[in-house]
Design a protein around this ligand. Structure first.
Ligand code: ADP
Length: 255
């Protein structure tokens, strides 16, 4: 750019050329994809031994002659909880690597929203009982069948529920609702926990983001994966929250 300044102080600006900066980012891309492959391989390899630890625990619990005493039973319970947590974390890492490398495929089929609810309640029932949390369901009669990937949708609802239980006070309440609203079916999970400040609400759907000070174990990947699963099905995901009073996570799928 060429700038002339006249005696009266006026400026005349002329464009006389352009500079184009080209940078080869191939090595960065290669490194990134090597990292993604590494995470996928390691996480996948970890899943098998963790699953067999869980199976051995079940055998130990049910086949020990003479039964177990209370201390031994509690130890087994705690190893089982830890194995489940490890399985969840490795599962999330595998899913995220697949999403990053474009290897996740949708399997959409007409599915019953009630089946998603039943699956989710079965998956989180134990966690709720352990914390004395009451699960309340509010479901519209005559919900339509939805063209969706039932497995991924159930995964998202389970993730919402796991978080809601985790961030609720002991003996709290979590409300799961499924309602038809115009041309969408809305699934929501409401808790009465700590809530999420406005400035973090968008960011919690980013990969690896955790609200500072939330001080809970996890990967920060659950909501990022959920967002991908829902948006890939043409749906919408979001959260409403009142800090100190609780949060409502929801997603909507077209019907
Ligand atoms: P993770 O739970 O593994 O940390 P998520 O992606 O599921 O990862 O959640 C990201 C962050 O969002 C959590 O670390 C937490 O700070 C916040 N969060 C999620 N759900 C809730 C909730 N129901 N109440 C309060 N904070 C939540």
């Amino acid at each position: 750019i060429d700038i002339d300044i006249t005696p009266t102080g006026e400026r005349e600006i002329r464009r006389i050329g352009s500079v184009i900066l080209l940078r080869n980012i191939t090595p960065f891309k290669e490194l990134d994809s090597a990292k993604t492959n590494f995470i996928a391989t390691v996480s996948h390899e970890l899943k098998t031994p963790i699953s067999s630890i869980k199976m051995s625990l079940d055998l130990l619990e049910h086949q020990t002659t003479g039964g177990l005493n209370e201390d031994q039973r509690q130890l087994i319970e705690s190893i089982r909880d830890d194995s489940e947590r490890l399985l969840r974390i490795t599962g999330e890492l595998v899913d995220m690597s697949r999403l990053e490398s474009g290897h996740i495929q949708l399997n959409k089929q007409p599915s019953d929203p009630m089946a998603i609810l039943d699956y989710t309640l079965g998956a989180v029932g134990n966690q709720a009982v352990q914390r004395g949390i009451e699960l309340v369901t509010e479901v519209d009669a005559d919900l339509p069948v939805i063209d969706m990937d039932a497995e991924k949708t159930a995964w998202v609802l389970t993730n919402f529920m796991t978080n809601a239980i985790r961030y609720s006070p002991d003996k709290g309440r979590v409300i799961i609702a499924i309602r038809k609203s115009g041309r969408v079916v809305r699934f929501s999970v409401r808790d009465f926990g700590q809530g999420i400040e406005q400035r973090y609400r968008e960011r919690i759907f980013d990969r690896y983001f955790q609200v500072p000070g939330s001080n809970k174990s996890g990967t920060g990947l659950g909501l990022a994966i959920s967002k991908d699963f829902i948006e890939n099905q043409g749906g919408r995901i979001g959260v409403e929250s009142e800090p100190g009073l609780g949060s409502t996570f929801f997603f909507e799928l077209p019907c």
